[in-house]
Design a protein around this ligand. Structure first.
Ligand SMILES: O=C(CO)COP(=O)(O)O
Length: 249
C-alpha cells in the first residue's frame, strides 16, 4: 500500500517571522489522518527552528537540496548529514529550479539522492517536462529518462519518493489536467515497475506538483496513481497547506 504524502516546498521564502505558519501547520496535522504524512521543506536557515516548532507534532520538516558529499570544501553548500542533524527527515532533490538555476543533471541528482539515503533522509526526487517538450510530444520519454538517471543505484523502493512537476505548471497557476496527470503518473509507475517490480513500484509515493491549491487538490488527489502533492506557493500559509492536507486520504 502506497503512503500518502502532502509536502510543502517553501523555496527561497520564509524568515523567522514565518515560524507561526509552521507552528499552525504542526498544530493542524495528524488528527484522524493515519496514513497521510505531512512535511514542510524549508530553507536551510529555518530548518533547526522549524524542527523545534514542529517537535512533538506529526509534521515533519525537510531540506530543499543537498550536496552529494558528506563534508568538505564546498562553500555555501549543505550536506544531507547537516540537514539530518538540523532535524530533517526528507530532502527534495532535482527540483526543476535547481536543474535550471544550478545546472543539476540526472547524474548529480542521483548522487544527491544517494547522499540523502546515506544520511538516513528520504529523497523526494523531482522530474518533469518543459512546455516545449510537452508540445513536441516528448513528455513520457523525457520523464522516463529522468527516472532512469535520477534514482541512485541500490536505492530501495520503500526509501524514495518521486514528485512529478511539469515545469509549465509550476508557479504559473496553470494546472495539469487530471487526464494529463493520470497519463504521466501511470507511465512513471510502469517505468518504476521495470526496475523495482510491481510490488516495489506500488510502494513509491508519486506526488504531483504544480499550482496545487485548496481549490484543485481534491480533483488531483483523486487521480489513480497520485499519492500526494508537492506544494509551493500554497504551502506558505498554514491555512492553505492544512486545507490541502485535509483533502488527502
Ligand atoms: O515547484 C513546486 C513545488 O516544488 C510547485 O510550486 P507551485 O505550487 O507554487 O506551483
Amino acid at each position: 500500500m502506497t503512503r500518502t504524502l502532502i509536502a510543502g516546498n517553501w523555496k527561497m521564502n520564509g524568515l523567522k517571522a514565518s515560524l507561526g505558519e509552521i507552528r499552525d501547520a504542526a498544530a493542524g496535522v495528524g488528527k484522524g489522518k493515519a496514513g497521510v504524512e505531512a512535511l514542510l521543506c524549508v530553507p536551510a536557515t529555518l530548518l533547526t527552528v522549524a524542527a523545534e516548532a514542529a517537535h512533538g507534532s506529526e509534521l515533519k520538516v525537510g531540506g530543499e537540496t543537498c550536496h552529494a558529499n558528506e563534508s568538505g570544501a564546498h562553500t555555501g553548500d549543505i550536506s544531507a548529514e547537516m540537514l539530518a542533524d538540523a532535524g530533517a527527515s526528507h530532502v527534495i532533490v532535482g527540483h526543476s529550479e535547481r536543474r535550471t538555476d544550478h545546472g543539476e543533471t540526472n547524474e548529480i541528482v542521483a548522487a544527491q539522492a544517494a547522499a540523502a539515503l546515506r544520511a538516513g533522509l528520504t529523497p523526494i526526487i523531482c522530474i518533469g517536462e518543459s512546455l516545449d517538450q510537452r508540445k513536441a510530444g516528448e513528455t513520457l520519454d523525457f520523464v522516463a529518462s529522468q527516472i532512469d538517471g535520477s534514482i541512485p543505484e541500490g536505492a530501495k523502493a520503500e526509501e524514495i519518493v518521486i514528485a512529478y512537476e511539469p515545469i509549465w505548471a509550476i508557479g504559473t497557476g496553470e494546472v495539469a489536467t487530471p487526464d494529463q496527470i493520470d497519463e504521466v503518473h501511470t507511465a512513471i509507475r510502469t517505468r518504476l515497475a521495470q526496475r523495482f517490480g510491481a510490488d516495489g513500484a506500488d510502494q513509491i509515493p508519486l506526488l504531483y506538483g504544480g499550482s496545487m491549491k485548496p481549490g484543485n487538490a481534491a480533483e488531483i488527489l483523486e487521480v489513480k496513481d497520485v499519492n500526494g502533492g508537492l506544494i509551493g506557493g500554497a504551502s506558505l500559509k498554514a491555512d492553505d497547506f492544512l486545507a490541502i492536507y485535509a483533502q488527502a486520504k
